[in-house]
Design a protein around this ligand. Structure first.
Ligand SMILES: Cc1ncc(COP(=O)(O)O)c(C=O)c1O
Length: 499
């Protein structure tokens, strides 16, 4: 249970802490003559009224944000086992190097001779990712895994277009992450869903039945979203290549295999990386992260511009790529995230990369062994993650959602639930390599206690969470009509100030 309760007076808006005239830092008197605003800004550029900002001393601001951070669960506080989209611990050295003035302050329009360090870092990161994945070339532009997917499917389209026939369809297994079919639709392709077999792997007969010259490619995660390694991947690659299609790997699960085997050696032509899952960077979530894309030589001419190249001892941006799909991101991608991924790879080194994968698999094996008795594992143990099922608790009237809510009372972040859709009452758990055995035990103990509670006191479980500031939400309504309590609300500040 969380040891230190969050007080009611901590659950207020910063506007409610505001009192007229309070200041964080006294400003020194101005030593230059004041100029009327009218001389500096045209009337249409000026505010009609003063901005309504909270007036609070520094320590109140610090306490406010500290309290806010405790309302949230984060990876600096404990395990974050959100299967498929998990977070590993982000070492603070990543943050430190990303803040080095030479990296943090480099201007995107700096001429290449003035940005050699930044370009070198990007070039070397491209090289490391190519080596780890077995690909020939890499772009760092995409801002997240899903954005990498979109870039990858655009590359697939450009490849087929250059060969004279665009093709219309991309095949995707039913276990795939939702972003896969969404990406395919966004890129203008039809997606066709293939079923998994009883082991949770691609049903190769179903694949064969759907292969023809309209298939632009096959998009699969390996290990897949059941955490299972596609053992027949070489045969699958031959089949897809046999009809002229390309092999796309959603590399989100690379953490399970990096340093052990390489997608490029399995027959994949295109893959995206999720740097937050493999290389300890902040999560993109479609936004400010990074989802680099690696390709084999035959797809390389279509990579987004610019690509970072090395000419002699100098690093340059190569814009001269007539077959490029164009730009996928402003400037050169999210450089700060590249620095963090680079720092992680460099701090691990060759053997560390492999040990990372081995530890991620070991941690998952340990958790799976502890939990399998109470939560079923319909497809068996996965490599780096396993998909459990809350179905055994259904006879007590308890669902996976109730288990996830109750976990919050134990100060533990809930795993992914109800995904993949192939597993009823799914609980998808991915611990990553960065957790200690004690932390894994804390999580397993909580889940086992909840399962026992489901058998003896289901009512308590159904009403969970009991210790969080906000109880069980109407999730549908919360999504459609977000509560304004925790949003920007200057009007409430006025009420507070008037108190
Ligand atoms: C298998 C898989 N594919 C794609 C994505 C999408 O990545 P992102 O959230 O960075 O857009 C994720 C999320 O981590 C994922 O787990």
């Amino acid at each position: 249970m969380p040891g230190f309760p969050i007080r009611d007076d901590e659950q207020v808006l910063i506007f409610e802490r505001s009192r007229s005239g309070r200041r964080g830092t006294p400003m020194p008197p101005s030593d230059v003559p004041e100029r009327p605003l009218g001389e500096l800004l045209a009337p249409e550029q000026r505010r009609a009224a003063e901005p309504r900002l909270p007036e609070v001393p520094e320590h109140e601001v610090v306490r406010h944000y500290t309290a806010l951070s405790l309302l949230n669960h984060h990876v600096d506080r404990g395990l974050y086992p959100l299967g498929s989209c998990t977070m590993k611990y982000n070492p603070k050295v990543n943050e430190e190097v990303a803040r080095l003035p030479g990296f943090a302050g480099v201007h995107p329009f700096a001429p290449h001779h003035a940005a050699q360090g930044a370009l070198r870092l990007q070039y070397e990161l491209q090289e490391y990712l190519a080596e780890i994945s077995g690909m020939d070339a890499v772009t760092l532009q995409p801002a997240a895994g899903a954005h990498g997917e979109l870039s990858g499917v655009f590359l697939m389209r450009a490849y087929h277009k250059a060969r004279g026939k665009l093709r219309s369809r991309i095949l995707i297994p039913d276990s795939a992450h939702g972003t896969n079919p969404a990406t395919v639709a966004l890129a203008g392709y039809d997606s066709l869903t293939l079923r998994s077999n009883a082991e949770g792997l691609v049903d190769v007969d179903d694949l064969k039945a759907h292969l023809d010259d309209e298939v632009a490619g096959f998009m699969v995660t390996n290990p897949n979203t059941h955490g299972k390694f596609e053992r027949r991947i070489l045969e699958i690659a031959d089949l897809v290549h046999g009809v002229g299609g390309l092999m796309y790997m959603d590399g989100a699960n690379l953490n399970a295999i990096m340093g052990v085997t390489r997608p490029g050696d399995m027959g994949f032509d295109i893959l995206h990386f999720n740097t937050h899952k493999s290389f300890s960077t902040p999560h993109g979530g479609g936004g400010p992260g990074s989802g680099p894309v690696g390709v084999k030589a035959q797809v390389a001419p279509f990579l987004p511009v610019p690509v970072v190249r090395k000419e002699g001892a100098e690093y340059r941006l190569d814009w001269d790529r007539p077959q490029s799909i164009g730009k996928m991101h402003g400037f050169w991608g999210n450089f700060g995230v590249h620095v963090r991924a680079y720092a992680y790879i460099r701090s691990l080194g060759n053997t560390g990369i492999r040990e990372t994968a081995e530890a991620a698999v070991l941690n998952n094996a340990y958790l799976s062994a502890r939990l399998v008795g109470k939560y079923g594992l319909p497809y068996g143990r996965g490599l780096h993650e396993s998909v459990f099922s809350g179905s055994p608790l259904k006879r007590f009237g308890v669902r996976t959602l109730d288990v996830a809510k109750r976990l919050l009372d134990f100060g533990v972040h809930a795993p992914t639930i109800y995904f993949p859709l192939t597993v009823p009452e799914a609980l998808m758990i991915e611990p990553t390599e960065t957790e200690t055995r004690e932390e894994l035990d804390r999580f397993a103990d909580a889940l086992l206690a909840i399962a026992r509670e489901g058998e003896t006191d289901a009512e308590r479980l159904l009403a969970a969470p009991h210790t969080t500031p906000v109880g069980r939400l109407d999730e549908g309504r919360a999504a459609r009509q977000p509560d304004v309590r925790y949003t920007w609300a200057p009007a409430r500040a006025e009420t507070a100030a008037a108190r």
